[in-house]
Each structure stands twice: as structure tokens, then as C-alpha cells.
Write a protein of this length. Structure first.
Length: 188
């Protein structure tokens, strides 16, 4: 049975970078559904893009294992069929999720391995968000909430494996981080 590896944490902590490296190693994504516009930074297969009315219709007929409360009228969810295909597969799959969804996913299947990416110092986080091209308003909004995902994850009592992309006052090489993640997977 396939495991679902969940990467969670603040924006700019390295989740997508790590996911890209894991995909190169043969890991697949569990496709989620969103009503937001596709971004250049979205991973191939990470999302199916639908309209709000289509999302609401899918939700009403019970298609989703989870949905997130709409933020700025943007809906997110994952279809049960996509999760079932991943957990019935022989291969492990990846998801990048906000902390509030992880307990819901754990209630749906016990084949979830949650990893939490701890945030670097705020100036490093700002540098990363600028480098990836986020707008000034988006950066300031995200930085004003730094630590909220960590607090939320702790309050939810999910047994995360914590990873950090920042160590000894410098960025940790992504390959080192991925090797660390893989070592944890081998132990579980």
C-alpha cells in the first residue's frame, strides 16, 4: 500500500523545492482541486483547476475527502478517488498541505506521513519570497503571519517530523534536506 507524504509549513520554507526533488526521484503527486488561477510555481499534476460553481457541485455530491474554507473565495480540496488511488498504489505519493487539513487526511487514511518545514529567520524568509517573485503585498501578508502554521500544527497534535531548510545561519542544501526526509521515510 502506498503512503501519502505530506509536506506542510509556511510559504517559503522549501516544501515545493523538496517536492520537486522527490518527484525527480520518482515520487508522484496526489492531485488536489482548486478554484484559483494556475501559478507558474505550481507543480505539474499538483492541481486540477475548476470554477467555483464546479467546485461547489463536486463538494455537494461528496467528491472530496477534505475541503478548506475558502480564502478570498478560493476553494481547495482533494477528491476521494485521487486519495484512494494513491493509497492503493504500490508507490508513495506527495501532497503539500496547510496544517489544518492534515488531521482530516489522517481521519481518512492512516497511510499519511506528515513532515513540517520549520520557518527560517524572517529576513531569510523575506529573501526567499522576493526571490520567487511574490508581490510586496503578498510578502508582507505572509510575513505578518509567520509562526501561525507552526502554532496551528502544534495545537492539532499531529506527530510531524520537523525539518529545517536553514541551519547554522545559512540555507541547508536541498539535496541534504531531501536525504534527511528520505532517512525518516526509511525508518517509518
Amino acid at each position: 500500500m502506498g503512503r501519502i507524504i505530506v509536506l506542510s509549513g509556511e510559504s517559503g520554507t522549501g516544501k515545493t523545492t523538496a517536492a520537486k526533488e522527490l518527484i525527480k526521484l520518482g515520487y508522484n503527486l496526489v492531485t488536489s482541486t482548486t478554484t484559483r488561477i494556475q501559478r507558474d510555481t505550481d507543480l505539474s499534476g499538483e492541481y486540477e483547476y475548476v470554477t467555483v460553481p464546479d467546485f461547489v457541485r463536486l463538494d455537494q455530491v461528496g467528491e472530496f475527502a477534505w475541503t478548506a474554507n475558502p480564502y478570498k473565495n478560493v476553494h481547495h480540496g482533494t477528491r476521494k478517488t485521487n486519495l484512494d488511488a494513491a493509497r492503493n498504489s504500490l508507490d508513495d505519493h506527495l501532497m503539500i498541505l496547510i496544517p489544518q487539513i492534515v488531521p482530516i487526511l489522517l481521519n481518512y487514511t492512516n497511510q499519511v506521513l506528515p513532515f513540517f518545514f520549520d520557518e527560517p529567520p524572517i529576513e531569510e524568509l523575506r529573501r526567499r519570497l522576493v526571490e520567487r517573485g511574490d508581490s510586496v503585498a503578498n510578502i508582507e501578508d505572509r510575513l505578518s503571519k509567520v509562526g501561525s502554521f507552526r502554532k496551528e500544527a502544534k495545537a492539532l497534535e499531529v506527530k510531524y517530523v520537523h525539518l529545517s531548510t536553514y541551519e547554522d545561519n545559512r540555507n541547508k542544501d536541498c539535496n541534504v534536506l531531501v536525504k534527511e526526509l528520505l532517512r525518516h521515510l526509511d525508518k517509518i
